[in-house]
Design a protein around this ligand. Structure first.
Ligand code: 0WD
Length: 254
């Protein structure tokens, strides 16, 4: 095992040991990657610090994507620590909990804008900075959900943001392809994380996927991690602009 040996990556979106970003970080480290984690704020720092230590990762800095100066600071630190980087994992999303319940039609302009900024635009904001640190090419990966493609109960404004995120994967792939920077997404099935806890009836959605997915179960952060490793590695050197489902096959059914 050493699919990512010699590769350096920045991981955005570890909140705790249930985070999908943590599953990806563990899998990437197991394949030899050298990692740096960001954290959203001081509360999360305390939780992310020991996780970073566990993987021998650098805690590269505070990054709240609503504050562009913190994004710049993280990339400046990465330039200093690593010189160049090989991959980025973007596992960030946010929407007001009150709007992840009930009807989409009731979304407010304020939360719509905030959801789009944090859950969709931030990937492009990272890509802009990453391009400069990837002189030899690289891989950008984000996390999306089936609610981008189909209506899902309670997903609402987040579904609209994920649809935009998936479109940005395609546009970024086209823009950055000539620099040999590949841009892909994993569309993960529902997993019980902090972010998921905000979605109405989430337990029902998990159960529904267990009953109806071809594999008759849900997926784990480790399974998402293993697929992420493939997309970040040279095994996927011919793959860009792809939305890869890791959902026990649910997307062929629902
Ligand atoms: O079922 C699921 N859990 C699925 C999640 C299925 C398919 C996709 N996803 C996506 C999410 O939409 C997200 O894009 O995976 C990504 C990671 O989410 P997660 O692992 O489910 O959730 P969590 O562990 O909560 O990580 C998301 C983190 C935030 O955590 P909290 O819960 O504290 O909001 O995104 C980060 C933060 O660490 N985050 C931010 N980072 C920087 N700036 C910001 C921000 N403004 N807001 C949230």
């Amino acid at each position: 095992a050493g699919l990512l040996r010699g590769k350096r990556g920045l991981i955005f979106g570890v909140a705790n040991n249930r985070s999908i970003a943590w599953g990806i970080a563990k899998a990437a480290r197991a394949q030899g990657a050298e990692l740096a984690f960001t954290y959203q704020g001081d509360v999360l720092k305390k939780r992310v610090e020991p996780l970073a230590a566990e993987l021998g990762a650098t805690l590269i800095g505070h990054c709240d994507v609503t504050d562009p100066s913190t994004i710049d600071a993280v990339f400046a630190a990465a330039a200093e620590t690593f010189g160049s980087i090989d991959f980025i994992v973007h596992a960030i999303a946010f929407s007001d909990k009150d709007e992840l319940d009930g009807r989409y039609v009731d979304t407010t302009a304020d939360n719509f804008t905030k959801t789009m900024l944090i859950s969709c635009y931030s990937f492009t904001a990272l890509a802009q900075r990453a391009e400069k640190l990837m002189p030899n090419g690289g891989a950008l990966l984000t996390l999306t959900y089936y609610g981008a493609e189909k209506w899902m109960p309670h997903y609402n404004v987040m579904g609209v943001a994920k649809a935009g995120l998936e479109a940005s994967v395609r546009y970024l792939a086209a823009d950055l392809g000539e620099k040999n920077i590949r841009v892909n997404a994993v569309s993960a099935g529902p997993i019980k994380t902090l972010a998921a806890a905000g979605i109405g009836d989430f337990r029902y959605i998990l159960r529904w996927n267990e009953y109806n997915s071809p594999l008759k179960r849900t997926v784990t952060i480790d399974e998402v991690g293993d697929t992420a490793v493939y997309l970040l590695s040279d095994l996927a050197r011919g793959v860009t602009g792809e939305i890869h489902h890791v959902d026990a096959g649910y997307h062929v059914v629902g």
